[in-house]
Every structure is written in C-alpha cells, then in structure tokens.
Design a protein around this ligand. Structure first.
Ligand code: PEP
Ligand code: MG
Length: 840
C-alpha cells in the first residue's frame, strides 16, 4: 500500500531539490533569522497522490489553521498554479481569527477565501462575491456563504481541514491538468515534472497598518545602494504584483521623485521601512547576493514570504558583485565568479535601451557586441560619403572583403547577409569594436544592391535608418533608443582582482598602433597577433601593394616594395610604441595576393587609370593569381616561400621598427599556416640572414601559428625551431571540420537547432575535436621544445569556455580582439578559481 501523503518540514524540503527553490529559499530565510511565517511542504509525490484522489494530510496541530498555499516547482520557470490564500478561514476558526485581527477583518478574510475558491476552483464569477454596496463585513460574508450554497448546492466547509483538503486537491489537479502540462513542457519541463506545495500560516495584511510589497536596497540598473520597492496597503502577499491598485512608494524621497500624492510607507510606518532595510541586509548576508524580498505587514509587524536575486543590468551586476565583496559579505573570489565575462564586453559598447521598442526586421549571428543606429549604405564609397557629411552609416553587404576595411572604420555598424563568426566582417568589426550582425540569412539584398529586404518583405533603401544589435544578432527598423557604455570604477576594481588571480596571459589581436593603444588601456598583456595584411589596406599602402603585385619587371616591383617597406616600418614602429615593454607578435603576410586586387570591373578600370596599366593587363594578372580554393592555396608561409621578397621586406621592416622603438623591443615574428618543420627552417634562415645584414639588429623570437591539422600533428618537430606556438583556431576549426568559416553562417542555426553542434565552433572551441588536436599539439610541442610559449589567437581567445579550456591545458596566453580583453581577463580568473588555484 502506498504511504499516505505527509508534510515535510522546511529543513527536510530544503534537502530535496524536487521540492523546489522557493521552499529551499524559505528555509534559508528562516535559518538566517528572518521572520518567515511557519510553513510545511507537501512534496511532489504527495501532490500527485492527492491529484489522483488520496486524502491530504492534516496540518500540524500547533500551526495557525488559516493558511496560504503556494507552488514550489522544481524549476522556477515551469510555473505552477497561483496561490490560494486564507484557506481555513471558517466558522470554526472565526473566534481565533477575530481575536487576532478583529471581528470585521475576520469576516472579510472568510469572505475572501470563499471568493477565491469560487473563482479559481469552481470557475464562478468572482465579482458576484464582492460585498454589496454599503454592506458591512458580516453581511458581505453572509451573502457570500449563501451565494456559494446557491451556486454549488453544498455549504462552504466549516472545518479548516476540509477546506485545506479542497484547496490542496484543487491545486494538485490544476498542475496535473493537460493544458498546464503542455504549457510547462513547452518551457522545457519533463513529462513527469512534479510540483511541491508550500502551506504557510497566513499573515493578514488587510487591516490598518497592513499590506504587502517588495523591497530591495540596491538599484539593479546601476548597482547604486538605495531603498526601492512598492507597497500595497491592505494586501496579503506577492500576488500584489498583479493588483490593479496603484502601489505606494517605500520612501518619502521616492514618493517625491514619482510625484505621488499618496503617502509612502516611510511616511506612515517609518519603523517598518527601517525593519525592511535591516532584513534585506540580513538576506544579502544569508544568500551572498542582493535580494528582493516579498513582505507582508500585519498590524505593523513584517513577515517575509520569499526572496529572489535582484534583477540587474550588466553595469548593476558588476557594481553589486564588487560592493558585496567590499562590504565583506562575499569573498573577492565569489565576486569574480558572480560576474559574467560577456557583460564586461557589453559594458564597453552602447546598447539598445532595454525599454525601447524593437521592430526586428532580420536576425543573424551576434558577431560583434553593442548596438548602432545609422543610415543604410551598400558600398564602401557610400559609407565614406556619409562619414564626410557627419552622418552615422550602417554598412550592409552580402559579405565584406579586405577592401571594405576603411569603410568599416568609418561605419557605425555593419551587417552582412552571409558569413560566420570568423568571416571577414565579424573579425574586423570585433577588432574595431563596431556592432555587427553577420549571416542574416533571413534578409536579402536586392540584385542591384540598392535595397535591403527584411524577413517580413519590407524594403529598406539607401538612406533608410536601421539599427544593428550585435549583442543579440538582430537588425531593427529605424533608430532605436540607446544607452551609452558605462564602465564605472567597479569595472576596474573587479578586473584588478581578476588580474591578481589569473595565471593565463591575455593579449590582444591588434593591427595598428591605435588598436594596440586601445588594447593596452583595456589591460592587455601585449599583442598576440598583428595581422599585417590589414596595415596594407590603410592609407596609400594598398596602392603600393597593388603596384608591387602588378609591376611588370623586377625593377618596378622592387621600387614599390621599397616604398612599402618604409611605410610598413613606420606602421610597425607605432605598434611597438603603443605597448612599451610588452610582447608583440607580428604575423607575416597571410592572405593570397589576389585579395589585394579589385574584383569588380569598375574598380579594375579605376586601378588601370591610377597605374597607367591597361585593363587587359590587370585582368590577366588577376586571372593569373586566381585559385580554385584560395583558403587552401598559396597563402601564409606558402606565399612566403614561393614569393620570398614580400616576407623579406616585412622581416626587415619588423627588425628595423623594433630597433627604432624606445626600450629593448624583442619582436615576435610569427609565421602563419605552418604545417612542416622545413617551412620554419626556410623562413628562419632568411630572418637570420636579414638580421645579420642590419647594422643594429634587435633580438627577436621566431614562432609559428598552428592552424592546420598537420601543423598540430607535427607540433613536436615544428616546436624545435620555434620560440612559440600560437594556435590559429579560426583556420584550425575550418580545416578540422572542412567547414568554410565564411559560409558556415548559412546553416549554423540549423546545425545548432538539430543538435549537430552544441555551439558555433567558430565561436566556442570544439573541445572534442579541435580541442583534441590542440591537446595533442601542446603535448608534442612541449616535448619537442619545453621552453616553447603556448598561445591561442583565434577568435576563441575571447570566449569564456574556450579560455577555460586553454587554462586547463596549461597555455601561457590567449589573444583576442581589444574589446574582449576585459572579459577574457575575467574568464581567465574564473578558470583559475574553478580549478581551485586561487586562494583569494
Ligand atoms: C586563425 O586562423 O585563427 C587566425 C588567428 O588567423 P586569421 O583569422 O587571420 O586567419
Ligand atoms: Mg588563420
């Protein structure tokens, strides 16, 4: 025979996760000494048994027999029936109740219990149970009792236990009803999800000096300490949130600010506000967090019914965490774990005001955080023209290419219909700190490239205003209201704590002196990747690069190369100067040469004009450079070996720039796309020869990027010739999966939805596959050269989970876009704390 349903104590329920967080919170509040009304818990198996017809247990004899019944689902998001209040208020309990709250109020409580039951359980119209105009409480109660009898043919139970049985069964059956089950299953609840019920002594907040409300002592938006909340006189619990009556303010100053005429709680009951403030502090200490308390006041006495962490913005969350640690409520270590690294990144960028209306016209990948509104522009020229007029531009393209870099600098934000998390637009936007959405495949550009077609068919032409939300990956019509970035003092305090506990270095991917300067200000430990090709798209460098590629004979080529070298040296010197005393890894040219040449006829014609070469000659050269799979073609070190003059020019520029910079700069020369030791040896010989030919050559370190699967497998012997191994996980992911980083956006959503990928592997490192290659390469690399420094400079270097992986595998550093550096510093600290390495 099944055991009959029985109540658990709060302590017993707290030990059983099935009884839900609400019950556990009540127990914790009570343990901390907060005035929590006496409660017992009906566990889920008892609730199911009651729904199936079992008799509910009797209340413990020493409990006041008028109670509230509240849901406590195992997971808060699963919902649960709303509370039933005043259960047990009846003829039998009347005298006890009126001794406590007075005759009239006791009748009113009884009337309300009938009204709630008639409404919630019997589906009768609650308005019919309202008191008749002018009726006193006793008369209103008599009317309600008669109406109940008339409607149901039965009299309202007098015995509290009978009422309790009805109420418990009603709530149990509400949970078991097919619609409720379907609803919670849609929210992710399993088929057999259970509900615990809290049966708690009723606090009667209906009388004079009575009411209910919420209180918190911090503003979740800003993290500032102040008393916030609301109070509804003559109310009985958190259900006041749904009341149509206007709540009162808690403090006089809040009342003045809200221009409210009705007195605040502080005006009428200053001692209650004082008590609430001190209870909130006690709750913060008990939970190690700022809590919002649900309270009821009966005749000036406060009772606490529930507590929940204060809702907070990114800024608020950081300030709260730091403040809690500074007040000694939590350890710094806990404050570091409380903060979300992505929040730090968000705080560096403008965001859409959470209260703003969002007219979403397309969705894609959240490629670079922050939001920007601007005028739609479909070409680099249009962006630059808008910039000249001082108007913000949003660059919208099918995909961007290196020629768009100048426009991306000038644009307020960018949007591409194609592309993945490591596509050109995504990488550049993150580096520049520009909001960007890529792979917005539900949008289209019209064939003429003059309009953006929204997912709902709306058409937005050049000049229309749109907003790009790179934090959420959404495109909005019009100019959404923005919030300015606000990294306050708490931001810096938290990061200084993070720096004290992290072991992993955090460097930045920065391509120019200005980027490097930003990175240094954001706390980077150096530059882990300078993609030098980006320097060649700046100023007159592109023309020189093109002249070098297109020159007919060696004489012309050498001349262009020499001018480019001088510019390159100056650009690199700026980079070294921006981060004095820190490591700087300069990567030799990576992309195939055709990327520097125009693709469109009009651009080719313009280039022909500028260089004096014929369109045919240029077209022939472009055709000559074309490859079937440029990403797997003559790029990276292959270009360096096949066309050595370019690398020679760069190597000399790096060494001379380092020699000219103040202090002893030891540049890290980084070779991309290495997959064999011989490649390193060939470049190493050239570097040594160039250094030997310089009068004043600085010390340097030569290292490689491991970004091909063969490079990873052969890391053991490659490391013997390398001072450092830096994993280029963008290419390594692309090549391990055989998945184009520029095209993955098209089906990424489907792949994640179907569970093929847990996350976008270009965003969060695929620890199973790519991660295994990394683990193996680190092991082999260190066996080949125990001194080799190990880093990662793909986009994963800014992702918290990937950073934790690097920490666990003993990496020396990660390198990410400058604006992700603060988040990466925090992630590195969290990884150290979680690994038990921090005493903090
Ligand atoms: C990489 O492949 O991870 C990398 C950092 O290089 P890029 O993104 O420039 O190819
Ligand atoms: Mg790469």
């Amino acid at each position: 025979m099944a055991t009959p349903p029985a109540f658990l104590s709060l302590a017993e329920a707290a030990a059983d996760p099935a009884c839900g967080a609400r019950a556990a919170r009540l127990a914790q509040l009570g343990d901390a000494g907060l005035p929590v009304p006496r409660a017992v818990i009906l566990p889920p198996e008892a609730v199911s048994a009651i729904a199936a017809g079992a008799s509910p247990p009797a209340l413990p004899g020493d409990m006041f027999p008028v109670v509230a019944i509240r849901s406590s689902p195992e997971v808060a998001g699963w919902g649960g029936p709303p509370a039933l209040l005043n259960v047990g208020a009846s003829a039998v309990t009347h005298s006890a109740l009126s001794a406590r709250v007075g005759e009239a109020l006791a009748s009113e409580v009884r009337r309300r219990s009938i009204q709630t039951y008639a409404d919630r359980v019997l589906g009768l119209d609650p308005v019919d149970f309202d008191p008749a105009p002018g009726a006193d409480a006793a008369r209103a109660l008599r009317d309600a009792l008669s109406l109940f009898e008339a409607e149901t043919g039965a009299s309202w139970p007098k015995v509290p236990a009978a009422q309790l049985a009805l109420a418990l069964r009603a709530m149990a059956q509400e949970w078991a009803a097919p619609t409720a089950r379907m609803l919670r299953q849609a929210r992710g609840a399993p088929e057999a999800a259970g509900l615990a019920l809290i049966v708690q002594e009723m606090v009667i907040g209906l009388g004079a000096d009575g009411g209910a409300g919420q209180v918190q002592t911090v503003d979740g938006d800003t993290g500032e300490r102040c008393i916030l909340g609301r109070f509804l006189p003559e109310a009985e619990g958190p259900e006041t949130r749904r009341s149509l009556r206007a709540p009162r303010m808690l403090t006089a100053s809040a009342r003045v600010a809200a221009k409210q005429v009705a007195p605040s709680l502080e005006d009428t009951q200053p001692h209650t506000v004082e008590a609430l403030t001190s209870l909130t502090e006690t709750a913060a200490r008990a939970f190690g967090d700022e809590m919002q308390l649900d309270f009821v006041v009966e005749a000036g006495q406060v009772a606490i019914l529930d507590a929940a962490p204060v809702r907070r913005s990114a800024e608020g969350a950081i300030r709260i965490a730091v403040d809690l640690a500074e007040r000694g409520i939590i350890a710094r270590r806990q404050a570091l774990l409380m903060a979300d690294p992505e929040m730090l990144t968000d705080m560096l960028h403008p965001q859409i005001d959470p209260l703003a209306r969002r007219d979403v016209i397309g969705r894609g990948l959240a490629a670079s955080p922050g939001a920007a509104a601007g005028v739609l522009a479909f070409s680099a020229e249009a962006v630059l023209a808008l910039e000249a007029r001082g108007e913000p531009a949003i660059l919208a393209r099918l995909e961007t290419n290196p020629e768009d870099i100048r426009a991306m600098h000038a644009a307020a934000g960018a949007l591409t219909v194609r592309g993945g998390m490591t596509s050109h637009a995504a990488v550049i936007a993150r580096g520049l700190g520009r909001p960007c959405v890529v792979g917005a495949a539900d949008m289209a550009l019209d064939p003429a490239g003059e309009a953006l077609m929204a997912s709902d068919g709306r058409r937005f032409g050049a000049g229309a205003w749109i907003t790009v939300d790179g934090t959420r990956g959404e495109v909005l019509a019009g100019e959404a209201a923005m919030r300015a970035p606000a990294p306050g003092p708490a931001f810096h305090t938290l990061l200084s704590w993070a720096d004290a506990v992290r072991r992993l270095g955090v460097r930045a991917n920065a391509d120019t002196g200005a980027d490097a300067e930003t990175a240094r200000k954001l706390g980077a430990d150096g530059i882990g990747l300078c993609r030098t090709e980006h320097m060649f798209f700046e100023g007159d460098r592109l023309d020189l690069m093109r002249a070098m590629i297109l020159a007919e004979g060696e004489g012309g080529r050498a001349e262009a190369r020499e001018t480019l070298r001088v510019r390159h040296t100056a650009d690199l010197a700026q980079l070294f100067q921006a981060v004095p005393g820190q490591p700087v890894a300069v990567r030799l040219l990576d992309p195939p040469l055709h990327e520097f040449l125009p693709a469109h006829a009009s651009d080719i014609a313009r280039l022909a004009d500028a260089t004096g070469q014929s369109v045919e000659a240029i077209t022939t050269r472009i055709a000559h450079l074309r490859e079937f799979n440029p990403m797997l073609g003559r790029r990276g070190v292959r270009l360096g070996i096949a066309v050595p003059e370019i690398y020679d020019m760069q190597i000399r520029a790096i060494l001379e720039a380092a020699a000219s910079a103040p202090g002893d700069v030891v540049p890290d020369i980084m070779i991309p796309l290495v997959s064999a030791l011989r490649e390193v040896e060939l470049i190493s010989t050239r570097v040594a020869a160039i250094a030997a030919g310089l009068e004043d050559a600085p010390q340097y370190r030569l290292g490689v990027m491991i970004e091909t699967p063969r490079g990873a497998l052969r890391a053991g012997d490659i490391a013997r010739a390398s001072a450092f191994l830096s994993f280029g996980t963008n290419d390594l992911t692309q090549m391990t999966y055989g998945l184009s980083r520029d095209d993955a956006g098209r089906f990424m959503g489907t792949y994640i939805a179907e569970g093929v990928f847990r996350d976008d592997p270009f965003h969060t490192l695929d620890t199973d596959g790519v991660g295994e290659l990394l683990t193996l390469a680190v092991e082999r690399g260190l066996a080949g050269n125990p001194e080799a420094e190990i880093g990662l400079c793909g986009e994963h270097g800014g992702d918290p989970a990937s950073i934790a992986f690097c920490h666990a595998r003993g990496f020396d550093y990660v390198s990410c876009s400058p604006f992700r550096v603060p988040g990466a510093r925090l992630s590195a600290a969290q990884a150290a704390i979680r690994a038990g390495e921090s005493p903090g």
